[in-house]
Design a protein around this ligand. Structure first.
Ligand SMILES: C[S@@+](CC[C@H](N)C(=O)[O-])C[C@H]1O[C@@H](n2cnc3c(N)ncnc32)[C@H](O)[C@@H]1O
Length: 338
Protein backbone atom coordinates (compact mmCIF):
# COMPACT_ATOMS: atom_id res chain seq x y z
CA UNK A 1 0.00 0.00 0.00
CA UNK A 2 1.47 3.31 -1.04
CA UNK A 3 0.88 6.55 0.79
CA UNK A 4 2.89 9.07 2.72
CA UNK A 5 6.23 8.02 4.14
CA UNK A 6 7.07 8.02 7.83
CA UNK A 7 8.09 11.69 8.08
CA UNK A 8 4.81 13.05 6.77
CA UNK A 9 2.68 10.44 8.51
CA UNK A 10 4.21 11.47 11.79
CA UNK A 11 3.87 15.16 10.86
CA UNK A 12 0.16 14.87 10.09
CA UNK A 13 -0.55 12.77 13.15
CA UNK A 14 1.35 15.23 15.30
CA UNK A 15 -0.41 18.33 13.95
CA UNK A 16 -3.82 16.71 14.32
CA UNK A 17 -3.03 15.80 17.92
CA UNK A 18 -1.60 19.24 18.60
CA UNK A 19 -4.60 21.13 17.24
CA UNK A 20 -7.29 18.71 18.44
CA UNK A 21 -9.79 19.74 15.75
CA UNK A 22 -13.52 19.01 15.94
CA UNK A 23 -13.55 18.11 12.26
CA UNK A 24 -10.86 17.02 9.84
CA UNK A 25 -11.09 17.49 6.09
CA UNK A 26 -8.87 15.63 3.68
CA UNK A 27 -8.54 16.35 -0.03
CA UNK A 28 -6.82 13.48 -1.84
CA UNK A 29 -7.35 10.12 -0.14
CA UNK A 30 -6.05 7.51 -2.58
CA UNK A 31 -6.21 4.22 -0.64
CA UNK A 32 -6.92 5.91 2.66
CA UNK A 33 -3.53 6.00 4.32
CA UNK A 34 -3.83 9.62 5.47
CA UNK A 35 -7.44 9.01 6.55
CA UNK A 36 -6.08 6.32 8.81
CA UNK A 37 -3.38 8.63 10.19
CA UNK A 38 -6.00 11.30 10.98
CA UNK A 39 -8.17 8.67 12.64
CA UNK A 40 -5.29 7.51 14.87
CA UNK A 41 -4.74 11.09 15.98
CA UNK A 42 -8.38 11.84 16.72
CA UNK A 43 -10.30 8.59 17.29
CA UNK A 44 -13.73 10.16 17.80
CA UNK A 45 -13.84 13.14 15.50
CA UNK A 46 -15.54 13.17 12.11
CA UNK A 47 -13.59 13.27 8.87
CA UNK A 48 -14.71 14.59 5.50
CA UNK A 49 -12.74 13.12 2.63
CA UNK A 50 -12.73 14.30 -0.99
CA UNK A 51 -11.20 12.07 -3.64
CA UNK A 52 -12.26 11.23 -7.22
CA UNK A 53 -12.05 7.49 -6.56
CA UNK A 54 -13.55 6.05 -3.39
CA UNK A 55 -10.89 4.26 -1.29
CA UNK A 56 -13.23 1.26 -0.98
CA UNK A 57 -12.65 0.58 -4.69
CA UNK A 58 -9.07 -0.36 -3.86
CA UNK A 59 -10.21 -2.96 -1.33
CA UNK A 60 -11.07 -5.28 -4.22
CA UNK A 61 -7.45 -5.47 -5.26
CA UNK A 62 -5.59 -5.17 -1.99
CA UNK A 63 -5.17 -3.24 1.20
CA UNK A 64 -6.96 0.06 1.68
CA UNK A 65 -8.58 1.90 4.57
CA UNK A 66 -12.20 3.01 4.72
CA UNK A 67 -13.28 4.92 7.79
CA UNK A 68 -16.65 4.51 9.44
CA UNK A 69 -16.93 8.04 10.79
CA UNK A 70 -16.00 9.68 7.49
CA UNK A 71 -18.23 11.43 4.96
CA UNK A 72 -16.82 10.65 1.54
CA UNK A 73 -17.25 12.98 -1.39
CA UNK A 74 -15.87 10.36 -3.72
CA UNK A 75 -16.78 8.39 -6.83
CA UNK A 76 -20.06 9.77 -8.23
CA UNK A 77 -20.35 12.11 -5.24
CA UNK A 78 -16.89 13.56 -5.77
CA UNK A 79 -16.62 17.31 -5.52
CA UNK A 80 -13.51 19.41 -5.75
CA UNK A 81 -12.67 21.31 -2.55
CA UNK A 82 -13.31 24.60 -4.36
CA UNK A 83 -16.87 23.59 -5.31
CA UNK A 84 -18.13 22.33 -1.96
CA UNK A 85 -20.75 24.34 -0.08
CA UNK A 86 -18.72 24.36 3.12
CA UNK A 87 -21.37 26.33 4.99
CA UNK A 88 -23.84 23.46 4.75
CA UNK A 89 -21.19 20.80 5.47
CA UNK A 90 -20.25 22.71 8.65
CA UNK A 91 -23.89 23.02 9.60
CA UNK A 92 -24.39 19.30 9.15
CA UNK A 93 -21.46 18.63 11.48
CA UNK A 94 -22.56 21.37 13.90
CA UNK A 95 -19.31 23.28 13.50
CA UNK A 96 -19.70 26.92 14.37
CA UNK A 97 -16.05 27.84 14.90
CA UNK A 98 -14.05 27.22 11.71
CA UNK A 99 -10.79 27.48 13.61
CA UNK A 100 -11.73 24.06 15.06
CA UNK A 101 -11.31 22.48 11.61
CA UNK A 102 -8.10 21.03 10.21
CA UNK A 103 -7.71 20.67 6.45
CA UNK A 104 -5.20 18.33 4.92
CA UNK A 105 -4.40 18.71 1.23
CA UNK A 106 -2.72 15.87 -0.61
CA UNK A 107 -4.39 16.41 -3.96
CA UNK A 108 -1.49 17.88 -5.96
CA UNK A 109 -3.34 21.08 -6.82
CA UNK A 110 -1.83 24.55 -7.01
CA UNK A 111 -1.48 25.51 -3.34
CA UNK A 112 -2.14 29.18 -4.04
CA UNK A 113 -5.49 28.17 -5.51
CA UNK A 114 -6.24 26.01 -2.46
CA UNK A 115 -5.19 28.79 -0.09
CA UNK A 116 -7.60 31.24 -1.74
CA UNK A 117 -10.44 28.69 -1.61
CA UNK A 118 -9.78 27.92 2.06
CA UNK A 119 -9.62 31.61 2.85
CA UNK A 120 -12.89 32.27 1.07
CA UNK A 121 -14.59 29.50 3.05
CA UNK A 122 -13.19 30.94 6.31
CA UNK A 123 -10.90 28.07 7.33
CA UNK A 124 -7.80 28.64 9.41
CA UNK A 125 -5.61 25.54 9.79
CA UNK A 126 -4.17 24.01 6.63
CA UNK A 127 -1.62 21.26 6.08
CA UNK A 128 -0.12 20.58 2.66
CA UNK A 129 1.59 17.27 2.13
CA UNK A 130 3.74 17.94 -0.92
CA UNK A 131 5.40 21.26 -0.35
CA UNK A 132 7.79 20.86 -3.25
CA UNK A 133 11.03 22.73 -3.45
CA UNK A 134 11.64 25.17 -6.29
CA UNK A 135 12.24 23.46 -9.62
CA UNK A 136 10.52 20.22 -8.58
CA UNK A 137 7.02 18.80 -8.32
CA UNK A 138 3.73 18.83 -10.16
CA UNK A 139 2.05 21.81 -8.51
CA UNK A 140 2.88 25.33 -7.32
CA UNK A 141 3.70 25.00 -3.61
CA UNK A 142 4.08 27.30 -0.62
CA UNK A 143 7.78 26.62 -0.59
CA UNK A 144 8.06 27.68 -4.20
CA UNK A 145 5.92 30.76 -3.53
CA UNK A 146 7.98 31.75 -0.51
CA UNK A 147 11.26 31.24 -2.35
CA UNK A 148 12.36 34.85 -2.65
CA UNK A 149 15.72 36.61 -2.51
CA UNK A 150 15.02 38.11 0.92
CA UNK A 151 14.60 34.75 2.70
CA UNK A 152 17.40 32.49 3.89
CA UNK A 153 18.30 30.04 1.11
CA UNK A 154 15.82 31.73 -1.20
CA UNK A 155 16.15 33.29 -4.66
CA UNK A 156 18.47 31.65 -7.18
CA UNK A 157 21.11 32.40 -9.71
CA UNK A 158 21.13 30.98 -13.23
CA UNK A 159 24.64 32.26 -13.85
CA UNK A 160 26.76 29.27 -14.84
CA UNK A 161 29.87 30.44 -13.02
CA UNK A 162 28.10 31.33 -9.79
CA UNK A 163 28.80 29.79 -6.40
CA UNK A 164 25.29 28.40 -6.45
CA UNK A 165 25.93 26.60 -9.77
CA UNK A 166 29.10 25.05 -8.34
CA UNK A 167 27.46 23.99 -5.09
CA UNK A 168 24.39 22.62 -6.84
CA UNK A 169 26.38 20.48 -9.27
CA UNK A 170 28.37 19.07 -6.35
CA UNK A 171 25.29 18.25 -4.27
CA UNK A 172 23.51 16.70 -7.22
CA UNK A 173 26.08 13.91 -7.11
CA UNK A 174 24.90 12.92 -3.62
CA UNK A 175 21.20 13.64 -3.50
CA UNK A 176 18.75 12.22 -6.01
CA UNK A 177 16.37 15.15 -5.91
CA UNK A 178 18.99 17.89 -5.91
CA UNK A 179 18.91 20.01 -9.07
CA UNK A 180 21.77 21.58 -10.93
CA UNK A 181 21.46 25.00 -12.47
CA UNK A 182 20.48 23.62 -15.92
CA UNK A 183 17.52 21.79 -14.38
CA UNK A 184 16.54 24.67 -12.12
CA UNK A 185 16.47 27.37 -14.77
CA UNK A 186 14.03 27.64 -17.66
CA UNK A 187 13.85 30.04 -20.61
CA UNK A 188 14.97 33.57 -19.81
CA UNK A 189 16.71 32.36 -16.64
CA UNK A 190 13.35 31.73 -14.97
CA UNK A 191 14.09 29.76 -11.80
CA UNK A 192 10.84 30.37 -9.83
CA UNK A 193 8.07 27.76 -9.57
CA UNK A 194 9.28 25.04 -11.90
CA UNK A 195 11.43 26.74 -14.53
CA UNK A 196 9.14 29.75 -14.48
CA UNK A 197 5.91 27.71 -14.52
CA UNK A 198 3.09 27.71 -12.03
CA UNK A 199 1.97 24.09 -12.15
CA UNK A 200 -1.42 22.70 -11.21
CA UNK A 201 -3.36 19.42 -11.04
CA UNK A 202 -0.51 16.88 -11.19
CA UNK A 203 1.06 19.11 -13.88
CA UNK A 204 -1.87 18.47 -16.20
CA UNK A 205 -2.04 22.22 -16.40
CA UNK A 206 0.75 24.75 -16.14
CA UNK A 207 1.21 28.40 -16.85
CA UNK A 208 4.34 30.49 -17.35
CA UNK A 209 4.43 33.36 -14.85
CA UNK A 210 6.72 36.36 -14.68
CA UNK A 211 9.01 37.04 -11.75
CA UNK A 212 6.76 39.98 -10.84
CA UNK A 213 3.73 37.69 -10.63
CA UNK A 214 5.69 35.20 -8.57
CA UNK A 215 6.78 37.97 -6.22
CA UNK A 216 3.22 39.27 -5.92
CA UNK A 217 2.04 35.75 -5.06
CA UNK A 218 4.48 35.67 -2.17
CA UNK A 219 3.32 39.08 -0.96
CA UNK A 220 -0.24 37.80 -0.98
CA UNK A 221 0.70 34.64 0.95
CA UNK A 222 2.65 36.74 3.43
CA UNK A 223 -0.36 38.95 3.99
CA UNK A 224 -2.72 36.11 4.89
CA UNK A 225 -0.46 33.62 6.62
CA UNK A 226 0.26 33.89 10.30
CA UNK A 227 2.33 30.73 10.67
CA UNK A 228 4.34 28.84 8.10
CA UNK A 229 5.97 25.80 9.60
CA UNK A 230 7.66 23.02 7.70
CA UNK A 231 7.42 19.77 9.63
CA UNK A 232 11.05 18.68 10.00
CA UNK A 233 12.21 15.25 8.84
CA UNK A 234 12.17 12.75 11.66
CA UNK A 235 15.89 11.94 11.48
CA UNK A 236 19.06 13.00 9.66
CA UNK A 237 20.33 11.13 6.59
CA UNK A 238 23.27 9.52 8.34
CA UNK A 239 20.66 7.72 10.48
CA UNK A 240 17.93 7.03 7.95
CA UNK A 241 20.23 6.41 4.96
CA UNK A 242 17.86 8.35 2.74
CA UNK A 243 19.58 9.64 -0.39
CA UNK A 244 16.73 11.50 -2.08
CA UNK A 245 16.18 14.97 -0.66
CA UNK A 246 19.10 17.27 -0.01
CA UNK A 247 19.40 17.91 3.77
CA UNK A 248 20.89 21.33 3.02
CA UNK A 249 17.47 22.48 1.82
CA UNK A 250 15.36 21.16 4.67
CA UNK A 251 14.86 22.00 8.35
CA UNK A 252 16.98 20.45 11.06
CA UNK A 253 15.68 16.92 11.72
CA UNK A 254 14.02 16.03 15.01
CA UNK A 255 16.69 13.38 15.67
CA UNK A 256 19.83 15.03 14.40
CA UNK A 257 22.70 13.31 12.63
CA UNK A 258 25.08 11.75 15.09
CA UNK A 259 22.37 10.82 17.60
CA UNK A 260 22.30 7.14 16.77
CA UNK A 261 21.61 6.17 20.39
CA UNK A 262 18.43 8.22 20.41
CA UNK A 263 17.46 6.97 16.95
CA UNK A 264 17.83 3.42 18.21
CA UNK A 265 16.13 4.04 21.56
CA UNK A 266 13.11 5.50 19.80
CA UNK A 267 12.87 2.31 17.74
CA UNK A 268 13.43 4.16 14.47
CA UNK A 269 16.28 1.85 13.45
CA UNK A 270 13.78 -1.01 13.12
CA UNK A 271 12.06 0.65 10.15
CA UNK A 272 12.92 -0.04 6.53
CA UNK A 273 15.08 2.77 5.19
CA UNK A 274 12.72 3.36 2.25
CA UNK A 275 10.07 4.78 4.61
CA UNK A 276 12.24 7.88 4.98
CA UNK A 277 12.48 8.65 1.27
CA UNK A 278 9.31 10.62 0.69
CA UNK A 279 10.00 13.83 2.58
CA UNK A 280 8.83 16.95 0.71
CA UNK A 281 8.66 19.59 3.43
CA UNK A 282 5.07 19.06 4.58
CA UNK A 283 3.84 22.44 5.75
CA UNK A 284 1.29 23.57 8.25
CA UNK A 285 -0.08 27.05 7.84
CA UNK A 286 -2.35 29.16 9.97
CA UNK A 287 -4.36 31.81 8.20
CA UNK A 288 -4.99 35.23 9.59
CA UNK A 289 -8.48 36.58 9.58
CA UNK A 290 -7.06 40.00 8.88
CA UNK A 291 -4.37 40.75 6.31
CA UNK A 292 -0.93 41.13 7.74
CA UNK A 293 1.95 43.33 6.69
CA UNK A 294 4.84 41.27 7.93
CA UNK A 295 5.89 37.70 7.46
CA UNK A 296 8.63 35.44 8.62
CA UNK A 297 9.86 32.49 6.64
CA UNK A 298 10.96 29.89 9.03
CA UNK A 299 10.20 28.89 6.33
CA UNK A 300 7.00 4.53 1.89
CA UNK A 301 6.04 3.10 4.70
CA UNK A 302 3.91 0.58 2.77
CA UNK A 303 1.36 0.04 5.50
CA UNK A 304 -0.63 -3.13 5.32
CA UNK A 305 -4.33 -2.89 6.01
CA UNK A 306 -6.67 -5.77 6.44
CA UNK A 307 -9.66 -5.81 4.11
CA UNK A 308 -11.92 -5.87 7.15
CA UNK A 309 -11.15 -2.17 7.76
CA UNK A 310 -9.33 -3.29 10.88
CA UNK A 311 -5.62 -2.76 11.11
CA UNK A 312 -3.63 -5.80 11.85
CA UNK A 313 0.04 -6.62 11.54
CA UNK A 314 0.52 -3.22 9.96
CA UNK A 315 3.90 -1.60 10.13
CA UNK A 316 1.99 1.52 11.09
CA UNK A 317 0.50 -0.05 14.16
CA UNK A 318 4.01 -0.42 15.50
CA UNK A 319 4.87 3.03 14.20
CA UNK A 320 2.15 4.58 16.32
CA UNK A 321 4.24 3.88 19.38
CA UNK A 322 7.12 5.69 17.70
CA UNK A 323 4.86 8.64 16.90
CA UNK A 324 4.12 9.00 20.60
CA UNK A 325 7.76 8.96 21.64
CA UNK A 326 8.70 11.46 18.95
CA UNK A 327 5.83 13.73 19.88
CA UNK A 328 7.52 14.65 23.17
CA UNK A 329 10.54 15.96 21.30
CA UNK A 330 8.50 18.00 18.85
CA UNK A 331 6.22 19.40 21.52
CA UNK A 332 9.29 20.84 23.17
CA UNK A 333 10.36 22.47 19.88
CA UNK A 334 6.90 23.89 19.33
CA UNK A 335 6.57 25.24 22.82
CA UNK A 336 9.91 26.98 22.60
CA UNK A 337 9.69 27.77 18.91
CA UNK A 338 6.64 28.98 17.00
C1 LIG B 1 -0.92 11.34 -3.54
S1 LIG B 1 -2.54 10.72 -3.59
C2 LIG B 1 -3.10 10.90 -1.94
C3 LIG B 1 -2.43 9.97 -0.99
C4 LIG B 1 -3.12 9.85 0.34
N1 LIG B 1 -3.27 11.11 1.01
C5 LIG B 1 -2.33 8.88 1.21
O1 LIG B 1 -1.81 9.30 2.24
O2 LIG B 1 -2.25 7.73 0.86
C6 LIG B 1 -3.40 11.96 -4.43
C7 LIG B 1 -4.88 11.71 -4.52
O3 LIG B 1 -5.53 12.90 -4.95
C8 LIG B 1 -6.64 12.52 -5.74
N2 LIG B 1 -7.10 13.71 -6.48
C9 LIG B 1 -6.90 14.07 -7.76
N3 LIG B 1 -7.53 15.22 -8.03
C10 LIG B 1 -8.14 15.61 -6.88
C11 LIG B 1 -8.95 16.70 -6.51
N4 LIG B 1 -9.23 17.68 -7.36
N5 LIG B 1 -9.44 16.77 -5.26
C12 LIG B 1 -9.15 15.78 -4.35
N6 LIG B 1 -8.38 14.72 -4.65
C13 LIG B 1 -7.88 14.63 -5.90
C14 LIG B 1 -6.07 11.41 -6.57
O4 LIG B 1 -7.11 10.65 -7.18
C15 LIG B 1 -5.29 10.64 -5.51
O5 LIG B 1 -6.11 9.71 -4.86
Amino acid sequence: MYGMGFDHSFGLWFIAQWLKPDLMIESGAFKGHSTWVLRQAMPDKPIVSLSPRHPEKYLKKGPAYVDENCTYFAGKEFMDFGNVDWGSVMKKHRIVDLSRVLIFFDDHQNELKRLKQALKAGFKHLVFEDNYDTGTGDHYSFRQICDQFYVRGGGHSCFKDSDEARIRSKRKKFWEKALDIEELCGPGEAWWGVRGQMRDDFNHSNKAISYTQHFQNSRFVESVLDVYWELPPVAGPSLTHQMRYDPARVSIPIVEDGRFGLFQRLGLSTLETSVFNGYTQMITGTLLRKHNTHFSYTCECRAVWKMSKRLEGSCFVSQLALFKKLANDVTETLTNGI
